[in-house]
Design a protein around this ligand. Structure first.
Ligand SMILES: NC(=O)c1ccc[n+]([C@@H]2O[C@H](COP(=O)([O-])OP(=O)(O)OC[C@H]3O[C@@H](n4cnc5c(N)ncnc54)[C@H](O)[C@@H]3O)[C@@H](O)[C@H]2O)c1
Length: 248
């Protein structure tokens, strides 16, 4: 049984989807959670849902994590409420798909800033308090397309591959401080992000997955729970794929 009592976690983009399910799992295991999202209303709704379900602290924080000033303020609020951050989950992410020849520069910049620059900004804020505590868990939500590429997602797959490089570098920089930095690379998971796909597209995707089905946010949250707990203390710089066997 994983026990996160007296631990605190900040999860970006956790008003809904995979981030919300990760926050739920960490709260269920006993952690106090900071629900951060660009959409304050969903963050508030998720925080109050988790606080009433599990009975410990859950706060909502508004932040556009691609902006340094927002990230700084988000950490000030979370540290003000909890006085420490044991677990940081860099989950916020978007897609702006299109083939390279038609991809707009602003769609490249937006995706790279929200998916990748955000992780740099959040890690930079998180490591100082984690270094003082001489412990910490950073979990970056990447994607299988950061490992294998995907036609129509040059911006998105580059951002996720970048996240994997960031994960491995920070794992090396902070291993001696007992800060573990790992990534999860989900395959195709049922959320608002994949709801945009047609049934035919979903069927085509499923046919490429050895387990022949899309995953659920809970599948990703279970891996995050493991990486956020003491069970993963000797694991750093790794990418765990949660993809029904798509990449192996
Ligand atoms: N769904 C999948 O199949 C899948 C697969 C691989 C990886 N992922 C990754 O998992 C993560 C979560 O995806 P999801 O499917 O739950 O998506 P989602 O769209 O359901 O949720 C994303 C959340 O991020 C928030 N967000 C967006 N821009 C933000 C910003 N600038 N600052 C702060 N918050 C912001 C949104 O408001 C939303 O609550 C993303 O990083 C995504 O790339 C998803």
């Amino acid at each position: 049984m994983i026990d996160l009592k007296s631990k605190t976690a900040l999860i970006t983009g956790s008003g809904r989807g995979i981030g919300k399910e990760i926050a739920r799992k960490l709260a269920q295991a006993g952690a106090d959670v900071a629900i951060s999202d660009i959409d304050l209303e969903t963050a508030k709704a998720t925080a109050s849902e988790l606080a009433s379900e599990f009975g410990h602290k859950a706060i909502a924080v508004a932040a556009d994590v691609s902006k340094a000033a927002d990230v700084k303020k988000m950490f000030e609020e979370a540290l003000g409420a909890f006085s420490k951050i044991d677990i940081l989950v860099n989950n916020a992410g978007i897609t702006r798909d299109g083939l390279l020849m038609r991809m707009k520069e602003e769609d490249w910049d937006l995706v790279l800033n929200i998916n990748l620059k955000s992780a740099f900004l959040c890690c930079r804020e998180a490591v100082r308090p984690m270094m003082s505590a001489r412990s910490g868990k950073i979990i970056n939500i990447a994607s299988v397309v950061g490992l294998m590429g995907n036609a129509g997602q040059a911006n998105y797959s580059a951002s996720k591959a970048g996240m994997i490089g960031l994960t491995k570098t920070l794992a090396r920089e902070f291993a001696s401080r007992s800060i573990n930095v790992n990534a999860i690379a989900p395959g195709f998971i049922r959320t608002a992000m994949t709801d945009k796909l047609t049934d035919a597209e979903k069927e085509k995707l499923s046919s490429q997955i050895p387990m022949a089905k899309l995953g659920d946010p809970l599948d990703v949250a279970n891996a995050a729970l493991f990486l956020g707990s003491g069970l993963s203390d000797y694991i750093t710089g790794q990418v765990i794929t949660v993809d029904g066997g798509l990449v192996m």
